[in-house]
Design a protein around this ligand. Structure first.
Ligand code: SF4
Length: 263
């Protein structure tokens, strides 16, 4: 991942102009274009599934696995994770303690015909070897301010395809690859893990829904459409050494960022 800096200011979401002759009571927000509507519907369905998942089931899985961190710090390296995605709360908190460590998350979701890319949030920067920028001598330099995903890891609660292609719930990352197992976990600790994991996953899905809603409004107001080929071409050009212009979603707005290629 290259280095990046958020430039001053942000681009507000300008609603599409409405006819002055239409009374307020009759004005309706137009539905998002089909591409955006499908993405929003997908994340809303995932959120509904998450909210229906019994908290006690997850707490039972936490107890059954009995995971205990052994401090290997593998989860803070590229060996286990290629980036640390930041919720909006994380980004706000980390801007207070270490503003230079925020970079646009990799894999921007959208591109317009002008070559601008749009991404759903920030991530933590990494070092040259891909480790988290906060990792120092096997320890987190900002443990108290660490992002939400680091607080709940290795627990998760989302649905994804397994090796057989069947979509099912996944509750633990890297099973058997780190940490210790079969340790005794008190019920209140298991319940706390379950609550924090569910809260993280809900916040992530809400951020994705917010991103696609804001992008739908912004694209409609500026007569833009998503062009997948532009996205792929720009990412290939970046890999060859060109800078990347991005708009990063944060708190309902898009913040312009420029990512220089890693030299
Ligand atoms: S923020 Fe801290 S805990 Fe999270 S990946 Fe980086 S070093 Fe590890």
């Amino acid at each position: 991942m290259g280095t990046a800096g958020a430039m001053n200011g942000s681009i507000g979401i300008r609603p599409a102009p409405l006819s002055a002759s239409v009374p307020n009571a009759l004005r309706v927000t137009p539905p998002p274009p089909p591409f955006f509507a499908r993405r929003i519907a997908f994340f809303e369905a995932e959120l509904a599934e998450l909210r229906a998942y019994p908290r006690e089931r997850l707490a039972g899985i936490v107890t059954g696995i009995g995971f205990a961190c052994d401090g290997c710090a593998r989860c803070c390296t590229r060996q286990s994770n290629d980036h640390v995605f930041l919720l909006e709360e994380d980004a706000d908190r980390l801007r207070e303690v270490a503003p230079d460590v925020l970079v646009p998350a990799p894999d921007p979701e959208l591109a317009d015909r002008e070559g601008r890319l749009y991404v759903s949030g920030y991530a933590l920067a990494t070092t040259e070897n891909g480790d988290c920028v906060f990792l120092e001598n096997g320890r987190c330099r900002h443990y108290a301010a660490r992002p939400a995903i680091c607080r709940v890891y290795p627990y998760m609660l989302h649905r994804e395809p397994g090796a057989d292609g069947r979509v099912d719930w996944r509750q633990l990352a890297g099973l058997g690859k780190h940490g210790e197992y079969d340790t005794a976990i008190p019920p209140e600790e298991a319940g706390r893990c379950a609550d924090e994991t569910i809260a993280y996953e809900a916040a992530f899905l809400e951020q994705m829904i917010g991103f696609y809603r804001a992008a739908a409004d912004y694209f409609a107001a500026n007569d833009l459409r998503h062009v997948q080929k532009v996205r792929d071409d720009r990412l290939r050009a970046h890999a060859r050494g060109e800078p990347l212009e991005l708009l990063v979603y944060h708190r309902g707005r898009f913040e312009p960022c420029r990512v220089e290629p890693r030299g």
